[in-house]
Design a protein around this ligand. Structure first.
Ligand SMILES: [Zn+2]
Length: 267
């Protein structure tokens, strides 16, 4: 089975070949090293002076990107776990200048979920006013922490690592069925379900992670305009609640049953 990384790499290479390059991409998933590597590889490819199927690695543009000295590439990282508006303003003024040499000016935002509220609004404005050939790549494990208006304006590429991908797919199918059944039940049945889950303490972190993966997919479909069982606002609420629950259970001796009951109220 081709890894998510290889699949997305093929997709991007094909896009470059066909000249169908989106203005902004979101690479999301738990494959942390793969996402950034591929973002840089893609930027190299579309800016490479040889215009081959893959980046040559030896032209001026490729070398500059490789050494991280390209005047047309901006890498943004959180400082103290936050990306503040000043960074986005700085990016804005840099993007307003003409590209030095490369066809594309590009910005890679690592751990994009750490963009704070102000920074997200400023970034949204950047996305809405395309200037020349500009490419944005957002990297994150937590796409649901981004504004729906940002999510709906980016091309989304999933990155989940290797063998868990297909196992997760089966598990996600089962979760979808369980949840759709659960949502139809009254509160007392949901609480009974919460109690049963709470007894599986060892499995709980894995279950919650899968639920998050499930609701994340629903959310991304929802912001893209696909109709599902839940509204976008509701999905944000559920994901928030799931994260709080997972955090509570991992960091404190919180009673899992209580945390799960609160979650059940949101479904
Ligand atoms: Zn090159």
């Amino acid at each position: 089975m081709a890894s998510a990384f290889q699949k997305q790499r093929d997709f991007l290479q094909r896009s470059a070949r066909l000249g169908k390059i989106a203005h902004a991409y979101l690479f999301y998933g738990n494959e942390s090293c793969g996402k950034e590597k591929l973002a840089l590889e893609f930027i190299k490819l579309i800016n490479c002076q040889t215009k081959n199927e893959t980046a040559c690695g030896s032209c001026r543009s490729c070398l500059d990107i490789e050494k991280n000295v390209s005047p047309d590439l901006f890498l943004i990282e959180p400082e103290e776990d936050e990306i503040k508006i000043a960074k986005i303003r700085e990016l804005h003024s840099k993007l307003a200048l003409r590209a030095y040499s490369a066809p594309y000016k590009a910005a890679v935002i690592n751990r994009a979920h750490t963009l704070n509220a102000e920074a997200q609004s400023a970034f949204l404005k950047l996305l809405e006013e395309p200037k020349g050939q500009t490419l944005f790549v957002l990297l994150t494990e937590y796409p649901e922490r981004l504004l729906p208006t940002i999510l709906s304006r980016v091309e989304r590429l999933r990155f989940y690592s290797g063998p868990t991908e297909s196992a997760n797919k089966d598990a996600l199918g089962k979760i979808a069925a369980d949840l759709s059944q659960l949502a139809k039940n009254d509160l007392s049945r949901r609480f009974a379900y919460a109690q049963k889950l709470a007894e599986k303490q060892e499995e709980l972190p894995r279950i919650l992670t899968l639920w998050m993966a499930y609701f994340r997919e629903q959310l991304l479909k929802s912001v893209a305009g696909e109709k599902g069982e839940y509204s976008t606002a509701k999905l944000f609420k559920i994901l928030n609640s799931l994260q709080t629950t997972a955090l509570l259970l991992s960091t404190t001796n919180a009673n899992p049953r209580l945390a799960l009951e609160i979650l059940m109220l949101e479904l």
